[in-house]
Write a protein that binds this ligand. Structure first.
Ligand code: NAD
Length: 511
């Protein structure tokens, strides 16, 4: 959680609280504004996890210049060598997994088993992308002319700007930084103001593994004052943003003005369909994990559960009974299931949707309240909340809440369920519980989303498959796997004529 403070970094360093400077050209640099902000623990706001620079446009300019100069050297380092550094960083992250996961729980509240998963995702991405350093394949293909050779090679773009959210504070930066540098780009990253520490931890492993100066630069601060100038900067060739659809729209429009490559990974309102023939034990387990894992603060969170009428009552009764039993608290306690909201504003949003749902006539089956007694008083805790008998047109069934609020909707069958599932502005993840293979294949075809799970909830992406969504979830790019290599490179087609004469394509047609 970020709290704005103004003062010199030195004057704020109290006790063991560490003050982080920006990381530019391999040096630790104070921001040009002379201001800082606090990264506080959302489970216990008395704890200042660390202090970071509240940067501005001048800091962005310095970081981009460092990245621009570094690019001239880094692009010439052979890709397998660049990848070796990433491989070594994976080994270091694995050694430091527990330390970095605990830091992450302290800075953003996610329970420790999930922050271990977040760190592991960065490790997996690093191993995968290290392998790509020896692939990065492109086509060689016959020329239409004799004695002529044709191929296409991947080239890096140059300086890439990355803007990341707080909910996967190491995994998401790793999805962007690691393919970018293996492909030969250099980077300026602005991590979410609520979670800069995990980005520093990731980059520290890369630097310890031998990453040359200037290849990755970190500028901390807020959206408009750091993300804005980064998006506008004429030397930045690509922008990759993961965040809300509203911010994505702004960033996309700005990036388009200077013809930057632009990857937008945005919001979701993800449906899980449960048909009459489903294994209900499995569906209830999956729906709880998908709905309340990461306190519902995943872009892929199972925020809508669409249940066929034959099993609706049983599903609702059992699901609500289980939701009531989830343990809420500080994520460092291994027995806790659900941590806090990231900050006061997000908690207020979550609670406001309880009122919205009630006003719309949905039935509140459990939860809905802030927890603020005893140990809870220092954090942003809320009861897991379930609305039932929800109509698909209601705002709680249409809008991304990004909190522990699940809507359950009845449906007549698969066709009806798919219409409800597709009837929102987003299209990130989706899921279906059934034992009928015909229905499963129909859903895989007809759910208009970037991801579909069968007999699993809407969360659980693996790093080597494409990740992203349709409609207002993004602009058609995918992270993960080869999609990332496609985004961070551009094609150059190369023709080598060894005929010793002018051969005109499409004109000099060989007999
Ligand atoms: P956010 O949009 O508020 O912020 C995302 C990042 O953008 C932050 O670093 C923020 O400082 C920056 N930003 C804000 N305004 C900006 C501006 N005008 N110009 C440039 N940068 C700006 O989102 P958040 O609250 O950090 O994260 C939650 C959102 O992210 C949810 O909507 C969630 O669905 C989405 N998300 C999507 C994915 C995905 O892959 N599709 C993954 C995780 C989160």
């Amino acid at each position: 959680m970020a709290t704005e403070t103004v003062g010199t970094p030195a004057s704020l360093a109290s006790g063991n609280t560490k003050v982080y400077r920006n990381f530019i050209d391999g040096e630790w640099v104070e921001s040009s504004t002379g201001e800082t902000f606090e990264d506080r623990n959302p489970a216990d706001t008395r704890e200042v996890v660390a202090i970071f620079q509240k940067s501005g446009k001048d800091d962005v300019n310095a970081a981009v210049e460092a990245a621009r100069l570094a690019f001239e050297r880094w692009r010439l380092v052979p890709a397998p060598r660049r990848a070796e550094i990433v491989f070594l960083a994976a080994e270091m992250l694995a050694e430091r997994k527990e330390e970095y996961s605990r830091d992450m729980t302290r800075e953003m509240g996610k329970v420790i088993k999930e922050t271990r998963g977040d760190t592991q995702e960065a490790i997996d991405t690093a191993y995968y992308m290290a392998g790509e350093g020896r692939r990065m394949f492109g086509p060689t293909t016959p020329s239409e002319l004799p004695n002529k050779f044709a191929m296409a090679v991947r080239h890096p773009l140059g300086v890439c700007g990355m803007i990341t959210p707080w909910n996967f504070p190491m995994a998401i930066p790793s999805w962007k930084l690691l393919p970018a540098i293996v492909c030969g780009n250099t980077c300026v990253i602005k991590p979410a103001q609520d979670t800069p520490l995990s980005t520093f931890n990731l980059v520290r492993a890369l630097v310890d593994a031998g990453l040359p100066k200037g290849v990755i630069n970190i500028v901390t601060g807020f959206g408009a004052s750091v993300g804005g100038p980064l998006t506008e900067h004429p030397e930045v060739r690509a922008i990759s943003l993961t965040g809300s659809t509203a911010v994505g729209r702004t960033v996309g429009v700005t990036a388009a003005k200077s013809f930057k490559h632009c990857s937008l990974e945005l919001g979701g309102k993800n449906p899980m369909i449960v048909l009459d023939d489903a294994n209900l034990d499995l569906a209830i387990e999956g729906g709880l994990w998908g709905g309340f894992g990461t306190t519902g603060q995943r872009c892929t969170a199972t925020s809508r559960i669409i249940v066929q009428k034959g099993v609706y009552r049983e599903f609702v009764d059992r699901y609500v009974a289980r939701a009531k039993k989830l343990k809420i608290g500080n994520g460092l306690d291994e027995t806790v299931d659900v941590g806090p909201a990231i900050n006061e504003a997000q908690l207020k949003t979550d609670l406001s949707y309880v009122d919205i749902g009630r006003d719309e006539g949905a039935k509140l089956a459990c939860g809905g309240n802030r927890l603020d007694k005893g140990d809870y008083q220092y954090g942003f805790f809320m009861e897991p909340t379930v609305f039932i008998d929800v109509d698909s047109k209601m705002r709680i069934a249409q809008e991304e809440i990004f909190g522990p609020v699940v809507s359950i909707l009845p449906c007549d069958g698969l066709e009806d369920a798919i219409e409800i599932a597709n009837g929102v502005e987003y299209g990130l993840s989706s899921s279906l519980y059934t034992r009928d293979v015909n229905k499963a294949f129909a859903a895989m075809r007809d759910l208009y989303a970037g991801i579909t799970y069968i007999n699993a909830p809407t969360i659980g992406a693996e790093v080597h498959l494409p990740f992203g969504g349709t409609k207002a979830t993004g602009n058609g790019h995918r992270e993960g796997g080869i999609g990332a290599i496609d985004f961070y490179t551009e094609w150059k087609s190369v023709y080598i004529d060894y005929s010793d004469k002018l051969q005109r394509a499409q004109i000099d047609r060989p007999e």
